[in-house]
Design a protein around this ligand. Structure first.
Ligand code: SF4
Ligand code: SF4
Length: 342
């Protein structure tokens, strides 16, 4: 594995050079928020930030994307094009939890049997450059409870760690190694690697939220009808913030729009928190109240994903904890489930 040492004041220049060849997405301040977005010409990414409010999943699975375009003719509907184009992209400054979310999304969107060509086209063209969390950004972070860590390289092609006086840059995959040429000639030293190990250990110690996220599955297996589900949803406003900000949530809806004879088929994010999400044409809704919707959210992340892919569908980023307007805390819910009496 190639490793380089990069001076602190060099990194922005390197991103700029990468931007001449690739479409770069990175954390940028937009008014009061730090957002993960495509860099405009001349725009610089933030290097000191906690995490972006939006998850970088939107690069591969946009909030709205056109799938096909078609035209209505007297002889019937004619397909005009399938929107599968993707540009070579570099995602710079992804946090380790969010890089890990890509691996979880791959399990769903890029299976041997079922492939989502829209997701796969963008994912294959993208190189993920992760900025390790030293220090750990939020008290709500619990990545270590779900198999991740603040200096974990899962889902990353390149891992950049601040070691105080410089960055240690590790090229973890062949895709990542395509970027070595931008990062100079200074090879990593044993001293730099030791500093990284120390930084990683200290970062892990900073994570105070530890929850039994992987242990609750056997309890959830037998708790579908438990009275516990009557207790967690009452404050929920069904706003969908938790699902829209979550790096692993991936519910969507597909709709058609017509303007005169031109039509396009769109895929839009949806949310299991919304009453209409499961409403059937007949008017029947199998998840009629927020109780059933919250149960689905928890079951999907901590039981069904484990059943289907042997992985918990949460990376412990803490976004849903920080941004829920009524302070519903998934950490407490998981903790409470772990204590349920059957
Ligand atoms: S963010 Fe909070 S209030 Fe909004 S849907 Fe999620 S749990 Fe409910
Ligand atoms: S469920 Fe919450 S903490 Fe877990 S990945 Fe989604 S937003 Fe982050």
């Amino acid at each position: 594995m190639e490793k380089r040492l990069v001076k602190k004041d060099e990194l922005l220049r390197i991103v700029k050079k990468v931007g001449a060849e690739f479409n770069v997405f990175a954390p940028v301040r937009v008014e009061d928020n730090v957002l993960f977005k495509s860099l405009a010409p001349g725009e610089e990414p933030l290097l000191t930030f906690a995490n972006t409010k939006n998850a970088p999943k939107g690069v591969f699975f946009p909030r709205t994307e056109v799938m096909i375009r078609y035209v209505r003719t007297p002889k019937g509907t004619v397909l005009k094009g399938v929107e599968l184009e993707a540009r070579d992209a570099v995602l710079f400054g992804v946090r380790p939890c969010d890089a890990r979310s890509f691996v979880l999304l791959d399990l769903l969107f890029d299976q041997d049997k079922y492939k989502d060509p829209y997701y796969v086209a963008k994912r294959e063209k993208a190189t993920v450059v992760t900025l390790a969390c030293t220090p750990v950004p939020y008290t709500a972070c619990f990545c270590t409870s779900v198999g991740g860590g603040p200096v974990d390289g899962t889902g990353s092609d390149v891992l950049v760690t601040d070691i105080g006086d410089a960055y240690l840059v590790e090229f973890l995959t062949p895709k990542g190694e395509r970027l070595v040429k931008y990062f100079g000639e200074a090879k990593a030293t044993a001293e730099a690697e030791n500093k990284k190990e120390t930084a990683a250990k200290e970062a892990i110690e900073q994570i105070k939220s530890v929850i039994p996220a992987r242990e609750v599955k056997p309890i959830l297996d037998v708790s579908f009808d438990h009275p516990f589900w009557d207790t967690i949803h009452k404050r929920c406003l069904a706003c969908g913030t938790c699902t829209y900000l979550c790096p692993t949530c991936h519910c969507f809806d597909i709709s058609d729009e017509m303007k005169y004879d031109d039509g396009r088929r769109l895929r839009n994010w949806d949310s299991c928190m919304f009453p209409l999400f499961t409403k059937e044409t007949s008017g029947h809704n199998p998840r009629p109240t927020q109780k059933e919707r919250w149960r689905q959210r928890v079951m999907h992340k901590f039981k069904y994903y484990v059943d289907n892919f042997n992985a918990v569908a949460c990376v412990g980023c803490g976004r849903c904890v920080m941004y829920c307007p009524v302070n519903i805390d998934i950490r407490k819910i998981v903790e409470d489930i772990s204590k349920l009496q059957q």
